[in-house]
Design a protein around this ligand. Structure first.
Ligand SMILES: *Cc1c(COP(=O)(O)O)cnc(C)c1O
Length: 319
């Protein structure tokens, strides 16, 4: 599997006022279902699982997880049985994300928060491995060293597509930013926008994911003040501001990940953070399936926001 996402220049009154050029790396369009960074993070993980003839994969996520959704479909395409360890209650099993995951054959195991918190503990993982021999365990969000290799390819593509100064990405578990740092080799300014309140851990988590040779790279930073209240939290004013931006640019950014990067960009520009003539690239990490959960919980209006692509049953896609 290989795919190069397009780079799209966008116009916005704020950009022209500040004489900035802004382009979006459209990883949201990389695949109809396995969108964005999850496609890149799964690419080498699933290749590896196939190469060692694994019996299946086991991974982790919340009830609305983009990773679970992407992983379920990608595994079905690769003929790999998939098990999802889901934080939360089985009553969520019919929501958009999990209904599709099951439709694509992922077996779901619901665990309470306490159990879920052990997802990176050696003892817990060893026990899981014993229970499911010859299965490959992929961490939450897909973030491991093979994911970094896939993410690093964004930079190779960008270097072919354009010249730029600064790249922005949303940050959840840190794997995406770590992969960009690895691929960038200290060439550009990389800014990660944390979408959750974990300020204290996140930079260390990114650093821990980096291989030794990439640890000295110092061209990246994590901005922790743009989470807007915490993971999946945002005000109606934030949602409206993002909606206006989407209308003006013609691209849909959702308010959990990529939209927080957009709002941070607008705040930074207003604060005069970027000097004139800077060339900025935004990595659109995808995640639009996450809108379904926001509609279902009444956090966004599906009348105002776009309808979701509903994949036809049994549709076959190339991964
Ligand atoms: C998972 C996800 C992220 C965060 O990526 P990490 O590698 O976990 O930091 C960003 N954007 C979207 C749309 C995602 O689904």
């Amino acid at each position: 599997m290989s795919a190069v996402s397009t780079l799209q220049t966008i116009n916005h009154s704020v950009f022209s006022q500040h004489k900035l050029s802004v382009a979006v790396k459209r990883d949201d369009q990389i695949h109809r279902i396995i969108s964005g960074n999850k496609w890149r993070k799964l690419k080498y993980n699933l290749q590896h699982a196939k190469a060692i003839k694994a019996k299946g994969i086991i991974t982790f996520g919340g009830c609305f997880s983009n990773h679970i959704h992407a992983c379920a479909f990608a595994c079905q395409q690769q003929g790999l049985p998939a098990i999802g360890i889901i934080r939360g209650e089985a009553q969520n099993q019919n929501n958009y994300t999990l209904a599709w995951a099951q439709h694509w054959g992922m077996q779901l195991h619901f665990v309470d928060r306490k159990t879920y918190r052990q997802r990176n503990d050696d003892g817990y993982l060893a026990q899981l491995q014993q229970q499911y021999p010859e299965h490959v365990i992929i961490p939450e969000g897909g973030s491991n060293s093979l994911a970094l290799t896939g993410m690093a390819e964004v930079i190779d593509e960008l270097n072919q597509q354009t010249t730029f100064d600064t790249l922005l990405t949303p940050v959840g578990s840190g794997g995406t930013l770590a992969g960009l740092i690895l691929g960038d080799k200290n060439q550009h300014q990389l800014i990660g926008i944390a979408v959750l309140k974990q300020q204290a851990y996140l930079a260390a988590q990114v650093d821990a994911l980096l291989p030794a040779h990439a640890k000295p790279f110092d061209n990246w930073q994590l901005m922790a003040q743009y989470h807007r209240g915490g993971y999946a939290k945002f005000s109606q004013q934030d949602a409206q501001r993002l909606h206006n931006f989407n209308v003006e640019t013609g691209i849909t950014f959702e308010p959990i990940y990529s939209g927080k990067m957009v709002l941070a960009l607008l705040d930074l520009i207003e604060q005069g953070y970027f000097s004139a003539h800077q060339r900025i690239v935004l990595l659109h990490t995808g995640g639009l399936q996450g809108l379904a959960g926001l509609y279902a919980r009444g956090l966004l209006s599906s009348q105002q926001w776009p309808s979701l692509p509903i994949a036809p049953i049994n549709e076959k896609h190339q991964f």
